[in-house]
Design a protein around this ligand. Sequence first.
Ligand code: BGC
Length: 779
Amino acid sequence: MKKKILSMTLAASTLMGCGPNVPQLGKSSTDEVIAAMTLEEKAHLVIGTGMAGFTGENAVIGETRSLVPGAAGTTYPIERLGIPAVVLADGPAGLRINPTREGDSATYYCTHFPIGTLLASTWDQELVENVGKAIGNEVLEYGADVLLAPALNIHRNPLCGRNFEYYSEDPVVSGKIAAAYVRGVQGNGVGVSVKHYAVNNQETNRMANDARVSPRALREIYLKGFEITVKESVPWTVMSSYNYVNGTYASENKELQTTLLRDEWGFHGIVMTDWFGGKDAVAQMIAGNDMLQPGTDQQFEDIVNAVNEGRLDETILDQNVKRILEMILQTPNFKGYKFSNNPDLKAHATITRQSATEGMVLLKNENAVLPLSSDVKNVALFGCTSYDFVAGGTGSGNVNRAYTVSLLDGLKNAGYTVDESLKPIYEQYIEEENKRNAPDPSNQFAHFMPTPRPVEMALTLEQIEKQAVNTDVALVTLGRMSGEFEDRTTSDFNLSNEELKLLQDVTKVFHASGKQVVVVLNIGGVIETASWKNLPDAILCAWQAGQEGGNSVADVLSGKASPSGKLPMTFPVKFEDAASSANFPVNQKANIDITHKGGKKNDVKNVDYTNYEEDIYVGYRYFDSFDKQVSYPFGYGLSYTSFEYGNPSIKEENGEYIVSIDIKNNGKVAGKEVVQLYVAAPKSKKIDKPEKELKAFAKTKELNPGETTLITMKVKASDLASYDESASSWVVDAGTYKFLVGASSRDIKAVLEAEVTAFSEKTNDILKLQEPLTVLTKK
Ligand code: BGC
């Protein structure tokens, strides 16, 4: 359908002529180009070119060469004005394009880097910037212009199906890691789209769910990461989210897209919708949502008609068009960059392998079982996922990679002998399970959705005993897979009976023969650990570590790399413990309604609307303020060595608090430490304050045994502010603040104090609740 309009416009353009006096983008000013555009051309430019990009068709009529098959979309080209189409492609863990093309024997594989959650677990902004640099290089060399990443929605609840793409339950971690990623990608001269702005914290009914959140929780938790990213990395574009925020679609919400993003934060780039997001194209234009992707005929007609009927001021359209043209001017496609289609995939494989080891979190290491001693030569490998390692999640966050290294292969590459007698049994079982779980071909989104993982395979005690005789140690991998469209279920959060039985039997048999057991978690989001963590000797949370996953895990197990990741979220004891669990679509069926036929409904709690009653008490802000037991706290992670914190100091300089501390490696092997700075505000009469909040963090360089380094972390006085809704202001109360230097949120190594003077900053009074909400407070 879209094609019809495209060809009609092309004919119209031809009639309008392309002579020497027609302004050309880049040669004439953007204002002159806009003045020469027809209303139809403007309406085309603010919407995309339809879904052709998804299917690999050449999306663009009038172009002399094909664009990038499998990219998510393109902008609309207007040849007579010298406006090329530019290519928009997913996604966070690497570039998502089709790996093969019809009639072409070449391949176009991209590197699957570690998932966002693993990158955040490195707490290493320099490392993330380097990963971004490599991803951006693939964007450039495969001919794309804008990467639809990073994704930095808050881990509000462990079950959100897309948490793997996101970074953390904390906005400072999310914002700083996203900013580093953006700097890395954009350093290549390509753009990013920071997504999903905002409050897209559940997949269930994501296109029509109304997130009802207090302005304070919005400002302090859900928008803060975006604010940091926009201010610290100047992204080219932002992607508005699907959901409603306090009664208005995010993409139709002028307060979000203009008042906050542009007027308050100073964003100058473009906002594009998420694919098919929002309902009212005219409202989106007015809100400052410049571009609608992937674009539909209906949107085109609505915009043209609204201008003709006086419902949409053409100057608004012109402003959105101008911002799009300014973005296009920066792109490689506009500049005629000759891409190679041949990025250095080998070099990038090394980057992903190494970066993945730095985000793996050692949760348990009894009797220093890890790194495996040099006496360990033979390994027993249990769990389907050991043989079928998960590189990342599904949907737009997937990357079409050439291979994924399994744990089996990773161990063999590292020189271990794996008892392979179970291999054919596992492989046959996995094949059968995958057949059984094959996606329903009648579902048009099937290829995009997570397919269920195999139920863990049952082994007899005899089979396990045989393994124990032949090997020195047992590895048990527990795997999870999720993706967009669906949230995880509580049975995905908890271990299945089959997994638990396997773990019990393996530990019983191996321990009886004096051998140890290591669990590897190949997961994209939090799972239950409290009830079984006493069983194995060690637990390594390897996350979904990208295409080199098996090699990266083997590097950590063997001690070639010392794990230095820490958790960017809390592992609760039980799912119900998370404060948001009472207001989350638990085990609800997903609803994929991209047509919006249903419209906005108000009846089903957590589906049609979700009340963010926990307010600012997300993650450790809740667990620590309400003194709740957790399985593993925020910021937690062990190392193969140990660190001593010494000589803490604090000073104030030009409105900044500068905290310094010596970190000494007092163990036996080299390692890196993540250091966290929390601030506890004095009790406020007016504002309910969390017990403490993360304000800064740093990671040491690799420290040799006995080596000491000085870590310095800075916090601006204004970063100490809470949002006071009654005054619509950021407010810092005067008083004595505690600056807590910690190895995790529950392992505070030094407490410093500073006198802070009062400060307040007025903001726009926006994003108000439309429905009453009773929020959690400590009082
Ligand atoms: C996702 C976005 C993605 C877009 C294009 C949507 O379904 O929510 O994150 O960038 O598709 O693939």
